[in-house]
Design a protein around this ligand. Sequence first.
Ligand SMILES: Cc1cc2nc3c(=O)[nH]c(=O)nc-3n(C[C@H](O)[C@H](O)[C@H](O)COP(=O)(O)O)c2cc1C
Length: 421
Amino acid sequence: MPWRRFRKKVERPIDVSKSIEESLEDAADGESEEDAAELAELDDATIAEAATGEPDDDRAPTELGEKLRGALDADAPHRGGPPRSAPRGIAVDRRLGAARSEDPHAASPSYPEAGVDLTVEAARGLRLKNPVMTASGTFGQGVEYAELFDVSRLGAIVNKGTTPAARPGNPQYRIAETPSGILNSIGLENPGAAEVARKYGKAWAELGVAVIVNVAGYSVDDYVFVVHEMTGTPGVVAYEINVSCPNVKGGMLFGCDPDLAAEVTRAVKAETDLPVIVKLTPNAPDVVAVARACEEAGADALTAINTVLGMRIDTRRRRPILGTGSGGLSGPAIRPIAVHITYQVAQAVSIPIIGAGGVTNAQDALEFLMAGASSVQVGTATFADPLAPLKVIEGLAAYVKEHSLASIRDVIGVALPAPED
Ligand SMILES: Cc1cc2nc3c(=O)[nH]c(=O)nc-3n(C[C@H](O)[C@H](O)[C@H](O)COP(=O)(O)O)c2cc1C
């Protein structure tokens, strides 16, 4: 059970100015060597890099990082990836991605999903080779992970929330551990749309994986501006609109109000020809009403769901642990909420739904698919195991074979009530 690995006290400040390995070594301070190796498995300590979406290009590989890569190589030699001696950074990864086949079923004949029909329609006009994506904010800009495995095997990656201008993010602490999940309050730390497009566009195209840009803002104009800035960026196939942001004028979250959510959807649709996916917040009083409004406004898909509001208190300091007080709960703790919302929304709209919330393995993904999602995102699970998204793909392929299905599409919505005549 990968969750066991969260023994690390993540309430300690995560200093994003430190290298991943340094953060891990701090966290492992005083623990046994085996503990340190296990901590490294969290994700090569990419919580800071993954959460900010900013790779530390200057960071030299450390013994701990090498250990992780060694463990990953030994764990899954067929998963692909650069040689262990490869330097950190984007250049190597780009070349690897560029070499990938365009054939959706045959990234490599040695991959377990080869030859299994996992293709899905993730949004109107967006067909993916398999239904497994990474969730925004948990996979950096994608390029960081290309060093660890062949990311072209993923259905798609969703980048870190992108705003019009650079944002430094929220004050510490930004992450707190909870039973079966984490609370985060990263605060949309990112370099701004123009810099994201400039810095990652070429790398994304060469990775050979579909990239969905997660768009955030505090006004309708902000969302439109980001999409405008990202237009023409290589590799980008769709936009995911994060409506869990407070509207500067009204103060209310865009995603809590059907009219506001529809207004953003309409404005973004008018700006781009690419599919527009609206990411629902479970904190809305009536999430089904928001979903319907977005569909009517032209959304091409809905992601269900973003994080659930939560809080932890530091009883010693008698204050909330997170710098912002409350934060977003993610991980297995929210999965039943996310599956329930998927099930409700699937009966209310006819556009595709992307399920998100606590997916850690193929069984979890199947719950979402059977509840009506046509694809899923894997988020928090990648902090405990960076290979979790690949394991979900492999597990789904095994399920299709084991049940002699023609395609994974055969399970989409099978748990929904039969439509009334
Ligand atoms: C550290 C962290 C950062 C996140 N950042 C974003 C973000 O920038 N934009 C967004 O739409 N969702 C963001 N999310 C929400 C995830 O994309 C996902 O919807 C949520 O965590 C539920 O999935 P999970 O339980 O698999 O993590 C973030 C989640 C975490 C844990």
